[in-house]
Design a protein around this ligand. Structure first.
Ligand code: SAM
Length: 280
């Protein structure tokens, strides 16, 4: 029988910190469902960012071979020690995950891994972007995020939610919303509902692509959403109109489109054309 969260935190004199996005989950069946949607098995290594009071960590520890957690709030150390005492396959590192080098995190994980987390909302997009851009061994992410952010992650081209982060995800794989979670499932409840997004990383999707260049083009394309792509290219790359139009023409993109109409594939092709113009 698990101890109620309020008693657990009270016994350790712990008070929740809004600044760290400490909205904890306690519903065991919901947590188990998240782990099951992640497809984690006894052969898998898992990275959890933000262990909190260890509720998701417990579900992960029961299913995975090994769990490496990061938790910024060192005051949670005695809480996690108590909650995770029965597991010998979990290690929690008490530090800001963003201040750890990716190579050190991946060295500790030791093999390919899933990122499974109820992410702190104040830093969701930077964490996801960083793992998409820098992680070498990630197989996928199953992450709880604000519903509004989930809609952006999984948006279709041409919709208002489609943006640089959607393209960033599509450059490395694909994403889907697998679960909606109402705000009252959290302690304390946040002001918005949440959703679980599954991001599958496909290593073979784009090979021999200079992702840094593609990201530059994506950033420029979405720099002013109301402007046509051609204008954003002209401003962002200091290209004359004729060169920007030629780049679009070369890859068969209409001169009047906005960035949100382009797929990840389109952005990869457009990047070659833009850099050829820049280097000409
Ligand atoms: N996993 C727990 C759960 O589901 O109940 C807690 C999730 S809570 C939304 C996010 C957790 O991330 C908090 O415990 C917070 O202290 C931690 N956190 C916030 N920023 C962090 C960072 N930069 N690095 C590591 N952990 C962080």
């Amino acid at each position: 029988m698990e101890k109620p969260l309020k008693n657990l935190l009270h016994e350790h004199g712990f008070s929740l910190k809004k600044a760290y996005g400490q909205n904890f989950l306690t519903d065991r069946s919901l947590l188990d469902e998240i782990v099951s949607k992640a497809g984690v098995t006894k052969d898998d290594v898992v990275l959890e960012i933000g262990c909190g009071a260890g509720a998701l960590t417990t579900s992960l520890a029961r299913k995975a071979k090994k769990v490496l957690g990061y938790e910024i709030d060192v005051k949670l150390e005695p809480v996690l020690k108590e909650v995770l005492q029965e597991f010998d396959n979990v290690t929690v590192n008490f530090s800001d995950v963003m201040k750890n080098k990716m190579s050190d995190i991946e060295k500790k994980l030791g093999e390919k891994y899933f990122l499974v987390a109820n992410l702190p909302y104040y830093i969701t997009t930077p964490i996801v972007m960083r793992f998409l851009e820098e992680a070498k061994n990630i197989k996928g992410m199953i992450i709880m995020v604000q519903e509004e952010v989930a809609l952006r992650f999984a948006a279709k081209e041409g919709t208002a939610d489609y943006g640089a982060i959607t393209v960033g995800i599509n450059l490395r794989g694909s994403s889907e919303i697998v679960m909606r979670v109402p705000r009252d499932k959290f302690t304390p409840p946040p002001n918005v509902d949440s959703a679980v997004v599954k991001i599958t990383v496909d290593e073979d999707k784009f090979k021999a692509v200079d992702f840094q260049k593609v990201r530059n083009v994506v950033r420029v394309a979405f720099s002013s959403r109301r402007k046509m792509l051609v204008n954003n290219l002209m401003n962002g790359f200091k290209l004359p109109r004729v060169a920007a139009e030629e780049a679009l023409d070369r890859v068969g993109i209409e001169k009047t489109v906005r960035g949100e109409a382009l797929s990840a594939e389109d952005f990869v092709k457009l990047t070659d054309a833009v850099y050829e113009c820049l280097e000409a």
